[in-house]
Design a protein around this ligand. Structure first.
Ligand code: CA
Length: 288
């Protein structure tokens, strides 16, 4: 993310708090997206939450548009929200406007592929200008038989669209996958330095991070992992994650496999990352 490159963030903020940590991380680094799109919208609560955080808590001006409601009701942050906000459905128009306005656009994908797949399908000529840096998928990795990583599972057809149709038309993709981010060392748990620092801070923006982690821990019975902030660090040029170039094939259910010779390649994260180095970095950025 440099100079004239535009930045769009696609996020399913409001359930797993790692999206909120990721946006706080970007903003603390002085990186303000040109547009934020909510994905897997729980109409219009994700946008409402985000508008509240941006406007009232972080005090940054960012255009926010709602994505597509996929019918899931994974949302737990309504108690953090003082008001109701109205959403819109302008994401295709707004994303296209930004991508057209610049030679290059980075899209940080922290949720499903739905919205970008629609833009890719309607405006394939714009794909060569885009670099998608996406949290999601799993390569040579599974929690159990048949397991599919959430950002793919929520809309496998969209993921397949982006990773085959998109890549075949010049889209550059960097995938930070579950094989890398499902790492206990990336957890913000009650005893962790980040949690403690945020929880005991007099700064409401920081306290809110800990409150969101509490909501998630109550709901899921485990503490959040920093999948999305790690992905944002990749977008900002940090080197905690290593990558390999490989072709990817994805089936109808969303299972990912290495693709055949001659298929276009993408950058896929290697399993081991410098998790402890990253968490120290994240703590420094968020709590300083
Ligand atoms: Ca997310």
């Amino acid at each position: 993310v440099t100079g004239s490159t535009k930045l769009i963030v696609i996020t399913d903020i409001g359930y797993d708090p790692d999206d909120m940590f990721a946006l706080a991380y970007l903003i603390k680094r002085g990186v303000i997206p040109d547009l934020i799109v909510t994905s897997d919208e729980v109409f219009p609560f994700r946008r409402a939450c985000l508008a509240h955080f941006c406007t009232d808590v972080w005090q940054v001006r960012v255009p926010i548009v709602t994505g597509i409601d996929l019918g899931s009701r994974n949302f737990i942050s309504d108690t953090l929200l003082p008001n109701q906000w109205n959403g819109g459905s302008a994401f295709n128009l707004e994303m296209t406007r930004i991508i057209e306005s610049s030679e290059s656009t980075t899209i940080i994908g922290l949720g499903g592929f739905t919205e970008f797949a629609l833009v890719a399908t309607r405006h394939p000529h714009l794909l060569r200008r885009c670099h998608l840096i996406q949290m999601g998928g799993a390569l040579d990795y599974s929690h159990r038989d048949g397991w599919i990583e959430h950002n793919i599972r929520i809309d496998p057809a969209a993921a397949e669209r982006v990773l085959s149709y998109g890549v075949n038309r010049g889209l550059k993709v960097t995938l930070v996958g579950a094989q890398t981010t499902f790492d206990q060392r990336l957890q913000v748990a009650a005893g962790s330095r980040i949690y403690y620092g945020a929880r005991t801070s007099s700064n409401y923006a920081l306290k809110l991070l800990a409150l969101h982690a509490d909501l998630f821990a109550q709901e899921k019975k485990h503490w959040p992992m920093m999948h999305d902030p790690l992905t944002c660090s990749v977008a900002l040029g940090e080197t905690f994650v290593e990558f390999e170039e490989t072709a990817i094939a994805i089936d109808e259910q969303g299972h990912m496999q290495r693709g055949g010779i001659g298929m276009p390649t993408i950058r896929v994260s290697r399993p081991n990352c410098d998790a402890l180095g990253f968490m120290k970095h994240l703590e420094g950025v968020l709590l300083r």
